[in-house]
Write a protein that binds this ligand. Sequence first.
Ligand code: MN
Length: 302
Amino acid sequence: MTVHPERADHEVIAGRPASVGGLDIVRVLPTRGRRTVGAWCFVDLMGPDDAIRPDPMEVGPHPHTGLSTVTWLLAGEALHHDSLGTEQPLRPGQLNLMTAGHGIAHAELSRPDERFRGVQLWVALPETTRHDAPAFEHYAELPEVALGGGVARLLVGGLADGDDPVTSPARADSPLIGAEVTAVDDGVVDLPLRSSFEHCVVPLDGELAVVDTVASVGDIVLVAPEQQDVQVAARPGDRWLLLGGEPLTDEIRMWWNFVARTNEEISEARRAWQARDDRFGEVAGPLARIDAPSPPWERRTG
Ligand code: MN
């Protein structure tokens, strides 16, 4: 009998085009057969690379529950308003992290005179914090870690890098890693991983290879489980996200802008938003409020 050496099986899956408030996006998570990577439950690329005239982002006031939004720009500028009274411009290299807890509302607007590209990610909150008061954080700068052949900027958490790793100052409600990695030269970047985490790689610029699995912008690479590291090759200057975290133990339910555990919780959040209940508050700014559609389980048939 021949025993083959263990071969890591990394899976590449193409994202699907969608529209959020009129903005063209590519959704790479959730994807076919995979709803979450750690607590990361939603990854949208905003303003596809091949768009001739990318639309501005103009997403009017809308609510969230049970999640944090992580907004990361690649080009242009965005302005965030929320029901805590926050008004925060965002530029590439800066982080907006909004934690909804029990409920928050926000609006997002890009500068129309600039090409706009970015990523918006959602993190499902654990049971311990998902009912808490909402919060907002902005970081003008984030720590960087030099890797052979590349540099990692830490959005959330830290790389599995010795006993005392450099860690992002941003809030993390569960064990997470979120990093933007830039290839510096033609070498291969060796990314240290925690073997207890699930991980994925999301290309942001050109084509890259995760070991021998080739992917490009609009794809997600699901890293094989229980790896201690992974090698990524890309052209100098090209970027990608490394995302990971402890696998979720809770069964989460996602519908529209809500993350919860049951349909009843989502129906209650929707009712509160439609009733303009204090739960979500009011958002300043020029954009019109977005109504929640009715969830499929509330629709009568026949
Ligand atoms: Mn939102």
